[in-house]
Design a protein around this ligand. Structure first.
Ligand code: ADP
Ligand code: ZN
Ligand code: ZN
Length: 724
């Protein structure tokens, strides 16, 4: 018997394709189907025919895999696609992102004793044979394990098997279920922490609810949400912990393992296919009890999810801008709603959207006011670079003011550690020729090439275009004209090494650390005080705990404020607060030095006084006035093409056919701030609507009949974060 089913494929489509399927196939079945000349793995979304095709011409499903996705997950996929105006198929692709996971787990051959003796088999006694037989007395082992343990050659095994003394058996290798018992929980919570934990534990029983866990860095938010984790585990539920950057969670993982006695599963882009498959299966089979992952972990097929935690929930890396655009924090709330489970957003610097949801009564708010134990908030000192000017030295231009240098010297003399923060990779952001004024630009992007001196290269940070650093100016040929302009972390390191020749200096940025091991290495050396001054990009901002770190220097606080992004102010405030939070995390008080040309800015005023409300209120007013999120809705449309005139025409056409109505505002078209990116010209339209208007419907209606040729690309981004 057979039936017709609708299969969603991991391709840019919103509709299912019809196939003949055996009767045991239902909604959620993962299946292999023929598609064109290819085969595709898809998921049954529907029973019954969708298109009016001749049934006899429909192709048949090739294979049904032994896993079934839950209806709730299918609803989630459809919801995410609809909200973000993304293809359902491509959204589903994020669920099916572990090729090879859907097959039966690999079979594994183990050997055991049959009971037959050497004498019965008429084989001679030999030392090698006895070693194997002794080993297998205890348990079955695989060939490689036997060889490793007994140092015999494979031929010995072959002989024993042929003679019937040992026999092989097939075993499915599968992941063991993670232990759920909490071994040891030595941490006694403070009153404030305990109260917070009690609320979260109560919430576990309440179905869907959102809590903002809001506390200064070092107040024990992690300790508190781990209590909620334990509660969910004790109810045999799975727990998902989303983090902005998994490579930075080494300390977190150690802490977790110590407490719980097992390692959480991890999910991130650096996993290989085998690890992916294993983890994917452990998640759907309810064997993975705790999973910590980057934003894509939100799309895994949890069998019985009981709690989601979004750590550092304000972080902008939760916004994905690739294939499917989505904000993982917001989508996590949606998943929690569909699963009817609690979700915790944990941060020291909540974003305005979250704060407004608290004020509207949609989210619960738990505040931790105090840092744990003796740790005080660091003192923040603003350095006005107009008055406290960096002094030139033997190495050339300087970027560190005398006060910051004094502080670094004193910290070093006291046997303590410092951290310098500059959110710019490489040596210098620009090469300019002093003889002819040429600036070396990327041929593919509207961007300067950044000098990376250790690699002797100039690199475009947008498209990766790389050339060897030229010895002469490519324009006028001058051999002396080329000069590095402005600092990157490498250049700061150069100055620091000149100024403090006795100190051990290290640079951390995505160029210098390209693997987990690298990052963990530097962090563990910092912990052991094998580094005196650590210099880095925003990688440094995230939650590490170094007891001897007392001085933090922010080399250029104005850097983030130059962009025209809607969230530039907010992100700068968050970043500076986070970096400041690194200082003085234990008994020793910390000091943060902030170098700026604009000491009067609201961001800095709020930062010095640790007054987040001051900052948020200003930000609220600005956004309210302009109907910007969360007081209005926003979407960006980027039109790009390798042909400049096509891009421009298409953008003008889109604006012309826009269906104006009350409460919608169309801005543009305008050349995007990065006009050329990866060889494509880009125009941007911004659509703003009142909150009462469904912006997705407006866009769908607007683009209904738009059909650009393949050399023009249109990308829609709902709730955009990047305005490049
Ligand atoms: P946050 O997540 O708010 O930055 P953490 O939970 O990481 O704070 O706590 C900061 C530091 O203080 C950690 O080293 C943590 O182990 C320690 N800590 C917090 N609360 C307690 C407690 N109740 N008992 C012992 N140590 C604690
Ligand atoms: Zn020149
Ligand atoms: Zn480029």
């Amino acid at each position: 018997m057979s039936q017709i089913v609708g299969v969603m494929l991991p391709l840019p489509f919103n509709d299912v394709f019809d196939y003949q399927a055996p009767d045991n196939v239902g909604v959620g079945s993962i299946v292999l189907v023929p598609f064109g000349k290819d085969k595709q793995i898809g998921v049954v979304f529907k029973i019954g025919a969708s298109a009016k095709l001749d049934e006899t011409k429909l192709k048949s499903i090739i294979k049904v895999f032994p896993f079934v996705l839950e209806q709730k997950l299918i609803r989630f996929v459809e919801w995410v696609a609809k909200y973000n105006l993304a293809f359902v198929g491509l959204t589903l692709k994020m669920v099916l992102c572990a090729k090879g996971a859907f097959d039966d787990p690999k079979m594994h051959i183990l050997y055991r004793l049959s009971g037959k003796t050497l004498a019965q088999a008429k084989l001679k006694n030999s030392d090698a044979r006895w070693r194997v037989m002794d080993l297998l007395k205890h348990a079955p082992y695989s060939q490689s394990e036997i060889i490793q343990a007994t140092a015999v050659s494979p031929s010995v095994l072959k002989t024993l098997e042929k003679a019937g003394i040992i026999e092989s058996m097939n075993i499915k290798i599968d992941e063991p279920t993670q232990e759920q018992a909490v071994h040891d929980f030595p941490v006694v919570l403070t009153d404030e922490q305990q109260k917070a934990a009690n609320v979260l534990i109560e919430n576990i029983k309440r179905g869907f609810n959102v809590t903002l866990l809001d506390g200064v860095t070092g107040s024990g938010k992690t300790e508190v949400y781990l209590r909620a984790t334990i509660e969910a585990l004790s109810q045999k539920k799975q727990v998902l912990i989303l983090v902005p950057e998994i490579a930075l969670t080494t300390q977190w993982l150690e802490r977790f393992e110590k407490r719980f006695g097992f390692k959480p599963y991890q999910w991130h882009s650096a996993l290989n296919q085998t690890e992916r498959s294993k983890t994917w299966r452990a998640v759907i089979q309810n064997k993975a009890k705790v999973l910590i992952g980057a934003r894509s972990a939100l799309f895994l097929p949890y069998a019985d999810l009981g709690l989601i935690v979004v750590d550092e929930s304000h972080d902008q890396t939760f916004k994905q801008e690739d294939m499917v655009n989505y904000q993982a924090r917001d989508m996590a709330v949606v998943r929690a709603k569909i699963e009817d489970i609690p979700i915790i957003l944990s941060t020291a610097t909540p974003d305005l959207e979250t704060i407004v949801n608290v004020e509207d009564g949609k989210y619960q708010h738990i505040v931790l006011k105090n840092r744990y134990a003796a740790a005080e908030l660091p003192e923040i000192k603003i350095i006005d670079l107009k008055k406290d000017k960096p002094q030139k030295g033997d190495w050339g231009t300087s970027w560190l003011s005398p006060s910051l240098c004094n502080a670094l010297q004193k910290t070093f003399d006291d046997g303590l550690q410092s951290m310098l923060f500059l959110n710019r990779r490489g040596y210098a952001p620009l090469m300019i020729c002093r003889d002819c004024g040429t600036r070396i630009q990327c041929p593919n992007c509207t961007a300067w090439l950044t000098e990376h001196r250790t690699q002797k290269q100039l690199i475009c940070h947008h498209c990766g275009y790389t050339i060897e650093t030229p010895k002469r100016c490519p324009q006028c040929g001058s051999q002396t004209g080329l000069n590095a302009c402005g600092p990157g972390v490498e250049r700061i390191a150069e100055e620091v090494k000149f100024r403090f020749p006795l100190s051990k200096v290290e640079v951390i940025s995505s160029d210098t650390v390209n693997s987990f091991k690298n990052i963990s290495d530097i962090i563990s050396r910092m912990e052991k005080h094998q580094i005196d001054i650590l210099i880095g990009t925003q990688i440094l901002a995230k939650g590490h705990h170094f007891p001897l770190l007392t001085t933090v220097g922010i080399v250029d606080a104005d850097l983030g404020l130059m962009g025209s992004d809607l969230r530039a102010q907010e992100q700068t405030f968050q970043l500076l607060s986070q970096v400041s939070g690194r200082a003085g995390r234990s008994e020793k008080k910390g000091t943060v030095y902030v170098q700026t040309l604009y000491p009067e800015s609201t961001v800095l005023k709020a930062l010095i006084s640790h007054d987040r409300t001051l900052f948020l209120n200003t930000e609220k007013k600005n956004r309210q006035m302009l109907y910007l999120p969360p007081y209005g809705r926003l979407a960006s449309l980027i039109i790009s093409s390798p042909y400049e005139n096509l891009a421009q025409k298409a953008a003008i056409h889109l604006a012309k056919i826009f269906p104006h109505q009350d409460g919608t505002f169309l801005l543009g078209p305008a050349p995007a701030p990065i006009y050329m990116l990866r060889g494509k010209y880009r125009y941007r339209l911004l659509l703003k609507t009142l909150k009462t208007i469904n912006i997705q419907n407006v866009i769908t209606y607007w683009l209904k009949n738009v059909d650009f040729p393949s050399n023009i690309r249109l990308e829609v981004d709902i709730d955009p974060y990047s305005f490049m």
